[in-house]
Design a protein around this ligand. Structure first.
Ligand SMILES: Nc1ncnc2c1ncn2[C@@H]1O[C@H](COP(=O)(O)OP(=O)(O)OP(=O)(O)O)[C@@H](O)[C@H]1O
Ligand SMILES: [Mg+2]
Length: 266
């Protein structure tokens, strides 16, 4: 059945970060002496973990163009995106959520997803300048379908200010998902999310993974993440401590000491 001449999709690099680094006021947030280097293979489900302040969110910011790297290079899907703006990077197919969810508070839940479909950025004018012109039913249909996938169909007409923190987080996932990204970066998607929505999120991520989407998920909820991810990158002090499959990470003495040890401290 297997074609021995074909390269497994999970072994083809999609994202390559080479010696990237970021300092804030002289203090190193990402990258040690040689910078931070890692690869995310196409179609893979990668967990990015590490203690508070390890540099996980900053790494997402460097990849998605929210921050410029001080050094190194980032390649994605054949493009050098090292100095690209966040809008261009989104156009290349990288979607990302933020640790603190963002939404257009004056709009309904559905219109927030419609805005996400037309513009990944934060500018309401940019989003709706296009959205109202091209307010095609296809966009609304896609937004409605995406709300169903994240479990928010019943809240479509509500204002986002009526959503719980967890629902707001799911809305942010929907705003990215509606663009059908090649790679989705999620920053702590379960934080504040109730167990029912967490289960829906887990199912959704499994579905997206099986559909071929590349996923990179930052999580402090290791019970959630290690059950889903195929490969785990462990960051400490902006550097890659180790990487491997979840089973190895769970039992890695250095990880337990640097991260799980803190987590399970009495
Ligand atoms: N905009 C900023 N200005 C100054 N320092 C920052 C900024 N963003 C992050 N830092 C610092 O960089 C380091 C890495 O932060 P980062 O938010 O990337 O960590 P993290 O791994 O996402 O942590 P957490 O698990 O708490 O979300 C921390 O020391 C943090 O205080
Ligand atoms: Mg963070």
């Amino acid at each position: 059945m297997n074609d021995p001449t074909s390269t497994p999709t999970s072994q083809t690099p999609l994202l390559e970060a080479s010696a990237i680094s970021k300092r804030f006021a002289g203090l190193r947030a990402v990258g040690g002496e040689d910078g931070l280097s890692f690869v995310v293979n196409r179609g893979s489900f990668v967990g990015l973990i590490g203690p508070n302040g390890a540099g996980k969110s900053t790494t997402f910011n460097l990849i998605s163009g929210v921050l410029a790297s001080d050094s190194g290079a980032v390649r994605f899907d054949g493009h050098d995106i090292t100095t690209a703006t966040s809008d261009v990077i989104a156009e290349h197919g990288i979607g990302r959520t933020f640790q603190t969810p963002r939404a257009f508070e004056s709009l309904s839940v559905l219109d927030n997803v419609v805005a996400g479909a037309t513009s990944p950025g934060e500018s309401l004018r940019a989003a709706f300048g296009r959205a109202w012109r091209e307010h095609e039913s296809a966009t609304v249909d896609a937004a409605t379908e995406t709300l169903e996938r994240v479990g928010l169909a019943g809240r479509a007409d509500d204002l986002v200010t009526d959503l719980s923190g967890g629902e707001l987080r799911m809305l942010e996932v929907a705003r990215q998902l509606v663009r059908n990204p090649v790679m989705l970066l999620l920053d702590e998607p379960t934080a504040g999310v109730n167990p029912v929505l967490q289960q829906r999120l887990a199912t959704l991520l499994e579905e997206l993974h099986s559909e071929g989407m590349t996923l990179v998920v930052v999580e402090h909820n290791l019970h959630f993440l290690l059950a889903l991810a195929e490969q785990v990158l462990v960051l400490t002090h902006g550097e890659l401590l180790t990487e491997g499959p979840p089973a190895d990470i769970r039992t890695d003495a250095a990880v337990i000491s640097a991260y799980l040890g803190d987590d399970h401290a009495a």
